[in-house]
Design a protein around this ligand. Sequence first.
Ligand SMILES: Nc1ncnc2c1ncn2[C@@H]1O[C@H](COP(=O)(O)OP(=O)(O)OP(=O)(O)O)[C@@H](O)[C@H]1O
Ligand SMILES: *[C@@H]1O[C@H](CO)[C@@H](O)[C@H](O)[C@H]1NC(C)=O
Ligand SMILES: *[C@@H]1O[C@H](CO)[C@@H](O)[C@H](O)[C@H]1NC(C)=O
Length: 258
Amino acid sequence: MAAAGPTEVVVVGSCMTDLVSLTTRLPKAGETIHGHKFFVGFGGKGANQCIQAARLGAKTLMICKVGKDSFGNDYIENFKRNGISTEFVGQTEDAATGTASIIVNSEVKTLFNPAPAHAELDPQFYTHADIFCCNESEAEILTGIPVGSPEDAGKVGLVLLERGCKLVIVTLGAEGCVMISVDEPIPKHVPAGKVRAVDTTGAGDSFVGALAFFMACYPNLSMEEVIRRSNFIASVSVQASGTQSSYPYRKGLPQDLF
Ligand SMILES: Nc1ncnc2c1ncn2[C@@H]1O[C@H](COP(=O)(O)OP(=O)(O)OP(=O)(O)O)[C@@H](O)[C@H]1O
Ligand SMILES: *[C@@H]1O[C@H](CO)[C@@H](O)[C@H](O)[C@H]1NC(C)=O
Ligand SMILES: *[C@@H]1O[C@H](CO)[C@@H](O)[C@H](O)[C@H]1NC(C)=O
């Protein structure tokens, strides 16, 4: 399913294996309880975003490190199954750490997702990223402004523009997102469609992955249209359970998105 031609989306970020146990309740310290289901899932914010961009048809390359163990081997196979180049997936004895992810397309546009967020983020991240995309809680950690509405997100956007961001996107779950840019410093709310959400885990990474895909593969679309389409992709992902398992493929989506 790999697209032909040069790499369009490069993701630098985390790659984690999820070990998921389903139980009726949490065990107390030292207690052994019965579970009714166990599964191993592929996760990590960087890898999730890369998988979503690849499934939409972008030619993608992942830069990360996994352990020299069966989980690491399995993850590399998962990348390959999704048509992602693993040339720069290293294997090490050390644990992988996921602190931030940067996505670069062929025009060297950079999209920065400050996850997990720290209040003392290196200020260069604000000035160097072309697009700075965060969710409500990351926005609050970075600016101290609690975000509960599109109006609040607009205030966050203005603060981040003052810190040197060129274009800020604050995602708002079912509310979609708010964008603001140096060129148009008036906050613009781009709502998501109304859907029946089953599991919103990983919606943010689906959104960021879709954003990278549309920016790389449809450079002529306006940012508002890129966001509208990315909202749609992420809103599809919340209608199925799991993280990567809920990410749609291009062939299952309305073709007018492409
Ligand atoms: N209930 C929903 N209905 C429709 N779209 C949704 C819903 N929840 C999330 N989305 C879509 O997903 C995008 C990202 O959601 P959100 O802001 O919750 O990210 P997030 O907090 O980083 O997600 P998570 O941490 O769960 O991966 C939203 O901008 C929207 O497009
Ligand atoms: C925002 O993303 C972080 C990951 O950085 C996650 O822990 C947090 O729950 C998300 N916030 C919301 C409101 O979904
Ligand atoms: C984008 O627009 C430019 C200038 O209008 C045009 O030359 C180019 O072919 C367009 N690219 C795509 C992918 O549509």
